[in-house]
Design a protein around this ligand. Structure first.
Ligand code: ADP
Length: 497
């Protein structure tokens, strides 16, 4: 293939190997789609304790065994293993270094609820290992594609430690920011442990941000381009002080190199026509077959089945961002409509308590599942009539796009990727694929759900909207094509320089 690009794609979670949120889905689907377009794409991630070598057939790579890496004068001997993304020929490399990654959790110690205290060392070493692996493979990438703070020190390393290394002279970097609130911000006392000169803690350095050492900032300063996961979020983080999380000034400075590319959906995984986790497969042509999913869901939720009462689903990390407070505040209104609410999530213990209380007080209308459960997530997508995402902010959001495919009408706050994918229903023109509200308030949320319930009662109008929603196409091929164009644009610019 002409213009075949070599792309090294880095992420610290990749589905199905390890997942805490949307990044894992993206880091699996995008490389797959790039590969299908004929590009040479390889992925690298840490080998966590939870990844089964046998299940995923991880193999040793002869020339990537026992690699010595130096950090702060200390030698760490690491090995690289490899496997394929399931059902593909996309090669995934795993950094096998037990002292740092043979742990049950990815970033946060489940036992303490706190970040692992050596996260800076863990992920800085990962960044170093990536560059050494590429060199040992003698595989000169056109593009190194980094994701989030954990890999953001790669562009920094290329401009510092590797600035004279001709091996990388043709390599361009892209940093994708999936959520600006997570920056990898550490006390400056970390610097000697990373082997980075102490002077870099001084204000104005490429690592310093509000007296902390900030990995994401370093990546934003040094990456050739920065992308984020929806056009609206790309603007919000430059213009809204709260969403810019302290980096909006820098992002604005780099606005010419900023791109907002909406994530896509892997329809091999999220599709009611071939979903193995739902009782009956269905499509827009046979919507009656969606009913068994509702019945099965309500049975699991121990709530009564009533075709006249809409089920509202939620699947979410339970963190500040996701608007759980609004649901709690609006609940009295919601159960009166009535609706039934089924919530699957895990995260901050304070939200676990809050939701437990809701489920107890409104046992006839609310069911909660406080765990990570992929299979149940699929059943909720299929079995609900509506899907609620009242996020304070949402860089992209995947579940509203999954919901559209399942004919489960999204009710969302107008922010980030939710604003880019859900169009408010208009009764007069019979237009729209969901319900959108703007103010971050319980009243606005209740109002949107009320509007949804009103349309739900008009079966013909509802079915029309459901069919319209199911027709929408957010497949990765469209998205991957946008990334390829961006990579090629970068390449052309570089050649001209
Ligand atoms: P974020 O990346 O902020 O968590 P996204 O909407 O982009 O939000 O992606 C969330 C992904 O994680 C979706 O695939 C969703 O189904 C999944 N998910 C979140 N919480 C759970 C849970 N408790 N059980 C199963 N899947 C979950």
């Amino acid at each position: 293939m002409k213009n075949r690009l070599r792309i090294f794609y880095l992420a610290t979670e990749v589905a199905p190997f390890a997942k805490t949120g949307g990044l894992a889905d993206v880091a699996s689907a995008l490389p797959k789609a790039l590969f299908e377009y004929g590009h040479d794409v390889r992925v690298m991630m840490p080998k966590y304790g939870t990844i089964s070598e046998r299940r995923y057939v991880l193999r040793e790579v002869i020339r990537l065994k026992q690699i010595p890496l130096t950090m702060a004068g200390e030698e760490h001997v690491v090995s690289i293993k490899s496997a394929f993304l399931p059902d593909t020929k996309v090669q995934v490399y795993f950094l096998d270094y037990k002292p740092y990654f043979d742990r049950p959790d990815l970033y946060m110690d489940g036992k303490t609820g706190k970040d692992y205290p050596d996260n800076a060392q863990r992920f800085f070493l990962f960044c170093k290992a990536v560059l050494e692996t590429i060199k040992l493979l003698h595989w000169e990438p056109h593009i190194i594609h980094c994701n989030d703070w954990q890999t953001a020190m790669i562009p920094w390393l290329l401009r510092h430690d590797y600035s004279e290394d001709s091996f990388f002279s043709k390599t361009l970097t892209i940093l994708s920011v999936h959520n600006l609130a997570y920056q990898g911000s550490f006390d400056p006392s970390i610097l000697p442990k990373l082997g980075i000169p102490r002077e870099l803690k001084e204000p104005g350095s490429d690592l310093e941000c509000y007296n902390k050492i900030n990995f994401l900032k370093a990546g934003i300063v040094h990456a050739d381009v920065i992308s984020t996961v929806s056009p609206t979020y790309a603007l919000e983080i430059q213009n809204d002080a709260e969403l810019g999380c302290g980096l909006q000034g820098l992002l604005k400075k780099r606005c010419d190199d900023m791109y907002g590319l909406l994530n896509g959906v892997d329809y091999n995984v999220w599709n009611p026509e071939n979903d193995p986790y739902i009782p009956q497969k269905y499509s827009a042509a046979n919507l009656n077959d969606k009913r068994p999913a509702k019945q099965a869901l309500l049975q699991q939720a121990k709530l009564p089945y009533d075709t006249a009462v809409p089920v509202v689903g939620m699947i979410s990390r339970l963190v500040e961002q996701k608007g759980i407070e609004l649901v709690a505040e609006a609940i009295d209104d919601l159960v009166k409509l009535p609706v039934q609410l089924v919530i699957l999530g895990t995260g901050d213990p304070k939200y676990h308590k809050l939701l437990e209380k809701l489920a107890k007080t409104h046992a006839k209308h609310v069911a909660i599942f406080l765990r990570f459960d992929d299979e149940l997530a699929h059943l909720i997508e299929a079995g609900s009539d509506m899907f609620l995402m009242p996020s304070r902010y949402e860089p992209c959001g995947l579940n509203q796009m999954y919901s559209l495919k399942y004919g489960t009408i999204p009710i969302v706050r107008m922010t980030g990727g939710l604003a880019d994918t859900v169009v408010d229903y208009n009764e007069d023109s019979n237009h729209g694929n969901g319900f959108v509200f703007k103010p971050y308030s319980a009243a606005a949320l209740s109002d949107a759900v009320k509007r949804a319930v009103r349309v739900f009662k008009d079966e013909a109008a509802w079915q029309k909207m459901v069919k319209r929603a199911m027709k929408q196409d957010f497949s990765w091929h469209v998205v991957a094509d946008r990334y390829i164009k961006l990579y090629q644009k970068l390449e052309n610019q570089k050649r001209k320089k």
